[in-house]
Design a protein around this ligand. Structure first.
Ligand code: GLA
Length: 737
């Protein structure tokens, strides 16, 4: 152990004994309620000791000294080749091994917490690996990532370069993961970890959460449970291709690795360069999956989402209302309509641009971001005037990473698209869509200027919907050199991040939604620049119960754009009554995506009231702690969840029927997260029933509500001609004493 670090450690009571103990240097990365322990003894490989519940000082030395199985904290390939590894390289001389030893530990305070870097160097080659940890004040999330440093004279090829490795003690461990597809994102899957390897991956290149998500939870005590049980949550903060592996082998551990997907992405690390992996965010809770969600949500709102602690506006988006049929009067009408219902923002979606090629459908014009003056003679200025008149803010749709083969941009600059040499490109959406090569700094400039031009010319633009509707096809960068073609996926995302960084540096206040054909960009690699995600292109309220349920595991409701749309629904063609559509949309960032012209006056009144009530509960919904109560996946006929304010003085409870049968027995749902010793007055929101619920206005203790819940009638007490097969309730609980 070097002297400096011993002195540093001695300052901490926890670690003083480690200093006094033998030669081990114990690195303790802890948060208020969790501890991660490493043995960073100089000259030896970095060892993993412990991750979980916060350890008292008295246990740290004991745990460290009694570790029976030496587990590398970051296993590398070569000298033992038996197990899965986090990093593998080929040195310039062809040697494929790494043999790492710790050379020191550095700790420093940051604005938001602490950073710990354990430095390792290869015993022979000029190659270092730094294993980094970051903690955040007031948060139980620890981020960890790796840096590979080539101090040699020639390039080293990185074959594997995981962000992190975490051993999980073999046992009755269940994993919660997410799969899906367009319109069906964030499906929850839970299964025990069995022998063999489970791989969760993405290869889209541009978007990475339509199908699987790079986020998983491990329930250490058997079947996953919402509010109890030791649970680890892990989220890879990366917008590009990823690979998560859990290998359950003959050892006493499940071996979990997470990082960039190395497929077709071998990385040549030039001399003197450092490769920094994306971070893996980890948390631990003994309050089950719900505890993990709440830890992630708090951390995310405070540190990982643009304006994560700011309340979001209620908006109307034009897409499902008019699709490409944009015109000046139509937009002005929609603005006036949303304003009359109490909305605060109007977002004009696709269809507003194009010069030589007009964006009347999805076959052309991406890249030509000039207003189509045949549709909008007074341009964006005219729209902003209408917005001002209506008293709403204005937002606009763009898809800046893309072009079409039918566009002026592509005609002038075919070299800007992703495409291999000697081949004609394959096309995506509309049979013409192509992806711009963000590895190319000139393309980064173009993307920056699209936003810069809009926001410089029209600083009143309040909101941008940033879409991305194509994967990387045509592997090949016309910018990268021939020997670096395998860097394309990584350089694309570096370029994107750089560009977003430039945009945010100049325009820190604008709201930006990450849409990617719906929920293709639900990840913490991008959210630092984005305020919210479009959870899914699927706005069907019943399926949204599932979509938002899954999304809520890692993402807080403040980022979940959730819109009231038309019936029959445009994706499922299901007809769901407006009350139910409202009650589902109100559990996220409420918006509308509908042609108000087609709504009846009664429907508008219902929405107007809902928006007014939503505004009064928005702080609890968007900033409160989530408690998932009854899962739609349990097929008990209903789903239920609630948000509770940090002070536990207000809560909003949701209950949605998911099936309908006569005389169906539905479970009564105990609430959670309340203060047992506080009393709460119950008020139903969005009430349509002729008679109030029997407990309307009554007061119950948190203890009673959490033990028993409240009875939800099977259906609504409405006039016969208004009856239908859906039922839903939203209850406001307010502290009564
Ligand atoms: C994608 C988005 C939609 C809409 C269309 C416009 O599909 O997910 O919400 O913006 O593009 O073309």
């Amino acid at each position: 152990m070097n002297r400096k670090s011993c002195t540093r450690l001695a300052a901490s009571a926890i670690l003083a004994s480690a200093c006094l103990a033998a030669s081990a240097e114990i690195v303790n990365v802890s948060t208020a309620n969790t501890t991660l322990l490493l043995d960073a003894t100089d000259g030896a490989p970095l060892r993993f000791l412990y991750y979980g519940e916060k350890l008292p000082a008295s246990d740290v030395t004991g745990v460290a000294e009694s570790a029976s199985t030496p587990l590398d904290a970051y296993p590398v390939y070569g000298m033992t080749a038996l197990r899965e590894t986090a990093m593998s390289v080929t040195h310039p001389d062809g040697n494929m091994t790494l043999d790492m030893a710790v050379t020191g530990v550095e700790r420093k305070n940051t604005d938001n917490g602490e950073e710990t870097v354990v430095k390792m160097t290869d015993k022979y080659y000029p190659f270092d690996i730094n294993i980094c940890y970051r903690t955040y004040k007031g948060s139980d999330v620890i981020e960890t990532w790796a840096e590979a440093v080539n101090r040699g004279k020639a390039a080293v090829t990185l074959g594997e370069f995981a962000s992190a490795y975490l051993p999980i003690r073999y046992g009755n461990v269940h994993m919660t993961s997410f799969y899906g597809a367009w319109g069906n994102e964030s499906r929850v899957e839970e299964a025990p970890l069995v022998h063999g390897m489970k791989v969760i991956k993405n290869k889209d290149g541009v978007r990475n959460t339509h199908t699987a998500q790079p986020n998983v939870m491990f329930s250490l005590d058997g079947m996953p449970s919402e509010n109890s049980g030791r649970t680890i949550g892990a989220a890879l903060c990366y917008g590009g291709n990823y690979r998560l592996r859990v290998d359950t082998d003959e050892s006493n551990f499940h071996h979990f690795f997470a990082g960039i997907n190395e497929d077709n992405s071998a990385y040549k690390l030039a001399k003197g360069q450092t490769f920094t992996t994306p971070a893996l965010a980890l948390t631990y809770s003994d309050e089950g999956k719900g505890g993990v969600s709440r830890n992630f949500h708090r951390w995310a709102r405070k540190y990982k989402i643009a304006h994560g602690e700011k309340l979001r506006k209620v908006l109307l988006n034009s897409w499902e209302g008019v699709y490409f049929d944009i015109n000046e009067q139509g937009m002005a009408d929609m603005m006036a309509d949303i304003a009359s219902m109490g909305g605060e923002l109007f977002v004009m979606d696709d269809g507003w641009f194009g010069g030589k090629y007009k964006r009347n459908n999805d076959t052309c014009a991406l890249g030509d971001w000039t207003v189509d003056t045949t549709k909008l003679p007074k341009g964006i200025g005219g729209l902003l005037d209408s917005a001002k008149k209506a008293g709403v803010k204005f937002g606009i749709w763009i898809e800046p990473e893309m072009t079409n083969s039918k566009s002026e941009l592509y005609e002038q600059h075919p070299e800007y698209i992703i495409k291999p040499t000697n081949r004609e490109p394959m096309h995506g959406r509309g049979g013409t869509q192509l992806v711009l090569d963000l590895a190319n700094p000139k393309v980064q400039d173009i993307v920056f200027h699209i936003v810069d031009t809009l926001l410089t010319n029209y600083p009143e633009i309040d909101y941008i919907k940033w879409d991305a509707n194509a994967p990387v096809m045509n592997h090949g960068s016309q910018y990268l050199t021939a020997d670096n073609q395998s860097h394309l996926f990584i350089e694309y995302h570096r370029g994107l991040q750089k560009t977003l960084g430039r945009i945010r540096a100049k325009y820190p206040d604008v709201t930006i939604q990450a849409c990617a054909s719906g929920g293709g960009r639900a990840n913490y690699g991008l959210l630092p620049w984005f305020d919210e995600i479009w959870v899914s292109d699927n706005t069907d309220a019943l399926q949204r119960v599932y979509l938002q349920w899954g999304t809520s595991h890692f993402f807080p409701s403040v980022i979940m754009a959730s819109h009231i749309s038309a019936a029959p629904n445009h994706q499922t063609f299901r007809t769901i009554p407006l009350k139910y559509r409202i009650d589902v949309a109100m559990s996220g960032r409420l918006g509308m995506e509908i042609q108000p012209k087609n709504m009846t006056e009664d429907e508008k009144t219902l929405c107007k009231n809902a928006i007014e009530q939503y505004k009064s509960i928005r702080a609890v919904v968007q900033q409160g702690d989530i408690y998932r109560l009854l899962s739609p996946y349990d097929r008990k006929g209903a789903a239920s969840m609630m948000y509770v304010s940090p002070e536990k003085d207000r809560a909003v409870y949701y209950w949605w029927k998911t099936e309908t049968f006569v005389n169906q027995q539905l479970p009564r749902v105990p609430m959670a997260g309340l203060d047992p010793d506080k009393n709460y007055r119950v008020t139903e929101l969005n009430r349509i029933d002729n008679r109030p619920l029997s407990y309307e206005g009554k007061i119950f203790s948190g203890r009673y509500l959490m033990a028993n819940g409240l009875e939800m009638p099977l259906d609504h007490n409405v006039d016969h001609h208004k009856r239908n097969d859906y039922a839903s309730r939203v209850l406001l609980l307010e502290q009564a004493d």
